[in-house]
Design a protein around this ligand. Structure first.
Ligand code: VGL
Ligand code: ZN
Length: 184
């Protein structure tokens, strides 16, 4: 029987790694964890999202410029083993719409992820990546609610930004409140 669970790897762009334009502390520690998950036989489909912004982007009001299309910072980390990644979904490419979520931008326009998962008969998703308190949170909540998949977040494959000490615990609580199973 075909495995109906997908792994979604959120935003392992170089710019979110230590030393990057918007680096999250310890973020590179998730790479071996995620490579092992993607190499196993637990998943019927492995998807990576990639933050991918034009040179002028609405999110640069809030964040330093990052993940500018075509720059090294926008590439996925070279230690992410792409042999086991089936599809890459880019997001945030519309200059006027932010897209923390891999599923839909802030205007509700689809990035194509939900349609891809449905076409492949996926019923459940496991989510890992960066950042727990931004794009992982938004992707997981959309997965569980708007897109309607059974959704887990695997925290050992995630790192957060944590601008304030409560941000990561609050993000975990918000995901749980949305019906996401958050696994330590
Ligand atoms: C992200 C801030 C801006 C993320 C993306 O991947 O969490 N955060 N763009
Ligand atoms: Zn971004």
């Amino acid at each position: 029987m075909k495995n109906t669970t997908a792994l979604i790897i959120v935003d392992l762009n170089n710019d979110f790694m230590p030393g990057g334009a918007l680096g999250a502390e310890g973020a590179d520690a998730v790479l071996p964890v995620i490579n092992e998950l993607a190499a196993g036989d637990a998943y019927g489909l492995v998807v990576a999202t990639q933050d991918w912004h034009p040179e002028e982007h609405v999110s640069f009001d809030q964040w330093p410029p990052h993940c500018v299309a075509g720059t090294p910072g926008a590439e996925l980390h070279p230690h992410l083993d792409d042999a086991n990644i089936d599809v890459i979904i880019r997001k945030g490419f519309d200059a006027h719409a932010d897209s923390y979520s891999g599923f839909y931008n802030e205007h509700g326009e689809t990035n194509g992820l939900a349609e891809l998962l449905r076409a492949r008969r996926i019923e459940a998703v496991d989510i890992v990546g960066i950042a727990t308190d931004y794009c992982v949170k938004a992707t997981a909540i959309d997965a569980a609610t708007k897109a309607g998949f059974r959704t887990r977040v695997l925290l050992n494959g995630c790192r957060g930004v944590g601008l304030e000490p409560n941000h990561i615990p609050d993000a975990i609580a918000a995901m749980r409140a949305a019906g996401v199973e958050v696994v330590d």
